[in-house]
Design a protein around this ligand. Structure first.
Ligand SMILES: [Zn+2]
Length: 311
């Protein structure tokens, strides 16, 4: 009954082959030798894992997910829910080097967003000049003495499975967020389903707030370009008014989509946001007016809704 894991291997999946720096797992139809699987197996591809859906003669559906770069269990798993909840399951108390991310859509289908490697840093860094300010919102919300950084270049730049999708571009050298803000960020993007997100950065590889901003510690606070009506991902400056151009002004702002994104970021835990007045002192949802935020949204004071699960 159904398609068993063994069969996946039997029909030629030594899973998952890491190709092109891990962007896609590959599956070769010609390797199928199964008499019954041809029409009944759906597959989709993404970094680090392959998922199959098989329907047997009785119409029963069986899903098989093969995950992990080395078929190992990730050290920690994150389950992201549309209501903003994030569950985590610690599989390995000794080390935390790989995190697995899943997203549940409104039909309770699970989407495997892949395995991402983590970089462990001390949560409290007291050495100057990169001395971490003593603020509780820079601590790991799960607890413990460490922060586990994620290089945003290791997050899939896009995901697309039916209505569940996102596409992300990078416009930064401050590449590092952390394992929990990664879950929240993925949840906010997938709840929106937009394909013109532009990430403007967070921390450096040591968790330090590099560059002009001084609050981007431990990958907690994130910056984004504003979303445009033309979905081009080009610059937008809220203090300008033109509808087109690079940058365009507030008339080029997609207010509906931007406010939806703000709502989702808020839902996933960023309780404070810095933006800029536009169109006669209007403000985007959850934001306050703040100098130098005419060209990007800054989200901060991260308080996610986390739950530890054991199975
Ligand atoms: Zn910022």
């Amino acid at each position: 009954m159904g398609l068993k894991r063994d069969k996946c291997i039997e029909i030629g999946i030594n899973c998952p082959p890491k190709m092109d720096g891990g962007i896609k797992a590959q599956y070769d139809n010609n390797q199928r030798n199964s008499e019954d699987a041809e029409e009944k197996v759906e597959k989709w591809q993404y970094k680090g894992a392959v998922r199959f859906k098989a329907i047997d003669e009785d119409g029963d559906t069986t899903e098989t997910i093969i995950t992990g770069v080395d078929k190992e269990l990730a050290d920690i798993e994150y389950y992201i829910y549309q209501n903003g909840n994030i569950e985590y399951k610690i599989n390995n108390k000794e080390k935390r080097e790989k995190a697995q991310y899943y997203y549940y859509d409104s039909s309770n289908n699970i989407h495997d967003l892949g395995v991402i490697k983590l970089k462990k840093i001390s949560q409290s860094r007291i050495t100057k000049p990169k001395q971490l300010p003593k603020r509780s919102f820079y601590n790991n919300p799960i607890g413990g003495e460490y922060i586990y950084l994620v290089d945003v270049r290791d997050i899939n730049s896009s995901y697309n499975n039916g209505d569940i999708k996102y596409k992300l571009s990078l416009n930064t050298t401050r590449y590092f967020i952390n394992d929990i803000t990664t879950a929240a960020f993925l949840g906010a993007m997938l709840n929106c389903g937009y394909e013109d997100f532009v990430f403007n950065g967070a921390s450096d590889e040591t968790g330090y707030s590099a560059g002009p901003s001084n609050s981007h510690w431990n990958g907690m606070h994130l910056d984004f370009r504003y979303l445009r009506k033309d979905k081009s991902g080009k610059n937008l400056h809220l203090n300008l008014s033109s509808e087109t151009g690079d940058p365009c002004g507030w008339k080029g702002l997609d207010e509906v989509r931007q406010n939806k994104f703000n709502d989702e970021l808020y839902l996933f835990g960023w309780t404070s946001m810095l933006s800029y007045y536009y169109n006669n002192k209007k403000l985007l949802n959850h934001t306050i007016n703040y100098a130098n935020h005419n060209h990007h949204l800054h989200v901060q004071i991260f308080k996610p809704k986390l739950k530890n699960i054991t199975k």
